[in-house]
Write a protein that binds this ligand. Sequence first.
Ligand SMILES: [Zn+2]
Length: 182
Amino acid sequence: MRLSLPSFFRPQRAGANPSPPLGYPLFPAPRMAVLGCEVQEAPGVYCLPEWSAADVAQIRPLALAASFSDYARLAALIRTGALALPELQYPLLVFSLPGEGPLTHEQHDEMWAWFGLPCFEQIRDADGRLLAQECEARDGFHLTAQARPGDLGGRLVHTLCECGQVSPRVRIAPAQALLARA
Ligand SMILES: [Zn+2]
């Protein structure tokens, strides 16, 4: 079995781009596996840019962060009995690329059927940088300082969000995401 945990403790190389923060809605984040993406070091956060069922099981994650396609892969592994994640109990983060999110109603239904947990979406660029994220109010995506609103499409909203954050956010319709995919 490939032991993946120590890579998490590897010191950042001098001059290397620091990994982007995870931005999990709870702090500190519960023990979690981050699949397909390298994020900033934090206690209990284990990054698996490449992963196998054994890697994920070894972490015994309480939460996950991954793309929708990785969740579909996990769900298939769980369905066939190749993977069990009995301790999963915190909201799941879903990574989307610009133009890909938000999840459609059908995808939300699938996530619920697979894991029975709420999920929050994040839009990250190909380098994993966080551009925008959903909050508990689920009324658009809050833009980070690194995002240029035009990159994400949708409608820019400057009103105070129910979650209390004042950062501007974009409302992106799922239909638009489907068009972007086509
Ligand atoms: Zn908000």
